[in-house]
Every structure is written in structure tokens, then in C-alpha cells.
Ligand binder design. Sequence first.
Ligand SMILES: NC(=O)c1ccc[n+]([C@@H]2O[C@H](COP(=O)([O-])OP(=O)(O)OC[C@H]3O[C@@H](n4cnc5c(N)ncnc54)[C@H](OP(=O)(O)O)[C@@H]3O)[C@@H](O)[C@H]2O)c1
Length: 333
Amino acid sequence: MKFRKFGKTSWDVSEIGFGAWAIGGNAWGKQNDSDSLQALHKALDLGVNFIDTAQSYGNGHSESLIGQVLKERGEKIGNGSVKVATKIPPSDGHWPPLPYDDCRIRYSEKYLRQRVEFSLQKLGAEVLDLVQLHTWTRAWNQNPVALEILRELKKEGKILAIGISTPEHDQNSLNDLMKNGWLDAVQVIYNIFEQEPAAEFLPLAKENQVGVIVRVVFDEGSLTGKYHQDHVFHEGDFRRRYFKGDRLKDTLQKVEEVKKTIGEYGDPKVDNLLSVAARFALQNPAVSTVIPGMRNLQQAEIDCSFSELPPLNKTLYSALKNHTWRRAFWYGG
Ligand SMILES: NC(=O)c1ccc[n+]([C@@H]2O[C@H](COP(=O)([O-])OP(=O)(O)OC[C@H]3O[C@@H](n4cnc5c(N)ncnc54)[C@H](OP(=O)(O)O)[C@@H]3O)[C@@H](O)[C@H]2O)c1
């Protein structure tokens, strides 16, 4: 496993981090805790030292499993050698926030303080490594009071770093916050289809030394190549919505085009769809870590191995840039 600097922090984070949404067990269809625990242990055995979770992943269940595994391994939880990034959702209401929503209401001080206590308890930690606001809206940049409250919590020693996870439909809404020094970290969708962040977002993060966590590197699984035209996503699996209607058909066509490019310019010994998808994101020097969603031991083993592979060759990398595809649909992740 290779490691990278994480913004201005002193942390060296693993290039592959653990995406812990599905192990929350409430949004990706059936998930056994035993598979989740094995996946976490395997990833940590293979050098992962960065885990991304959220309070909404099973209402704290993902956080509890992470706390359990770190405890079993004798790891310090919070300010230890494994960094855990969690997320606080806005208080009850629309997702994404409505244009009329007030930051002081959706992320009030009382609410944020309560939610920090929630994660401390679920993880079994005394301090949280990284707290990310789970979503945001551009209008709040005018007066980002929620970030002031998080700064206060940082001073009080409850949290070590502050971040925001981009709203899918307006990822550049965090650009001004990065420029103005509000954020230690950002979480962004950046993959072979969603390449828009390469234009402004990632260069700004690098310039301002903001840690970058890349999510959805497999486009919610399409870039693993395992879906087919008649694929059925079960009840309770959010991909039923994400790939609904003709989206799956369109996506599969685009995936075939990507595979063709890999076949043409890649090295068959190391370049398959999965390994290329993960390394495409890692190729951008602004990126600190990519966090594939891992649900079982095999996925952890495969996904962690990508850091050992060489970077993509220049011809393949530039050919992949032509696969940028702006879909601009909302899935509420
Ligand atoms: N708004 C937000 O802040 C937000 C939104 C989305 C995600 N995230 C974070 O980003 C992480 C990653 O995103 P994601 O999990 O949504 O999507 P993703 O990483 O693009 O896709 C994950 C899925 O890919 C499949 N997969 C992974 N490794 C595989 C392998 N080696 N072989 C075959 N299939 C493999 C699994 O699908 P199967 O289920 O079919 O096994 C897995 O559930 C999340 O876990 C979460 O931590 C944050």
C-alpha cells in the first residue's frame, strides 16, 4: 500500500481507503455483519489506514462496526494510526437542502454538538479524526456558520479536522470555501465518467492544500463491469433508483466503450476495468485517497491491490479523458 499526504494535516493516508456505506446495511440491499467485519479486517491487514463512514449509514451501524474492529485490533480510535472520517447529515428536511433552507437551522449549534456526541459514542472514540458535513448548498457559502461551529469544536478538542462532502449536482460549490481556508478536507465524486472536478475543483484543492477523498470511483458499481442489461437490483438497494429507466442501458454502453479503450491502449497484465477505474482517480496528484465501497473479504483484497500497480500509461490516461460523461442526475447518496 502506498500513502499520500492529506492536505495540511500531518497524516499520511493510504491511497486506497475503505468506503463504509454498504456495510451500514440499510441502502445497498442485504449485508451480513460477518462479511463487513471480514472486509474491514482484511483492508486494515493490507495497509488501509483511512475509513470513510457516515452517521446515516445504518443510523450509526457502520460507525459501530468500525469501532468494534479497531477495538479488536487494539487500535486507538480517534487520533490513532487509522483515521476515521464520518459525516453529519443536515437535520430533518429536504435532501439536497431547499433554496430556502437556512444553514443555522439545518446545521444548528445544538444539533451539531449532539451529532458529534453520537459519532463519538458509536465509534467508541474520545475525539473524531474528520467530521464532514454530509451535504451542502452553494447559498450557504455567504455565511458558513456551520463551519464556524465545527471550528469551535476543533478548538475544544472534540474533532481534529473539518470537511464537506460535495452535493452531487454542484460539486464546485465548495470551491470558494477551499479558497477561503474553511476546509481541511473535501469529498468528491471523481471517476472515468465524472471528470468535471479535474477542471477547477482538484487544482484548487491542491493549491490550497486541502485533503481530497474520492468517492464512487466505480460509478456505484458500473465500472466494475459486472452489471448486464437484465440486472435486477433488489428492493432496498438504492441502485434501483440510480440505474432506473434507461440509465442502466446507457451506462452499460458507455462501460463497453471504456473497456474498448482499455483493450486498445492498456497492458492486459495489469489494466482491467476495475484496476483502471481506481487508478484513473489516483493519477490526479490532488487526490489523497480513493475509497471504494467494500462489502466482503474478496472485494477488500482486490481493491487494496490497486495501490501496488503502476500508474496508467500516458496514452491510456489521455484516451480515458474522452470518456467524460455529464449525466447530472440526482441519486441522494
Ligand atoms: N454523499 C456522500 O458523501 C457519499 C455518497 C456515496 C458514497 N460515499 C462514500 O464513498 C464510498 C464509495 O462509494 P460507493 O460505495 O457508493 O460506490 P463505489 O465505490 O463506486 O461502488 C461500490 C460497489 O462496487 C462493487 N465493488 C467494489 N469492489 C469490487 C470488486 N473488487 N469487485 C466487484 N465489485 C466490487 C460493490 O458492489 P456490490 O454491492 O454489487 O458488491 C460495491 O458496493 C461509500 O462507501 C461511502 O463511504 C459518500
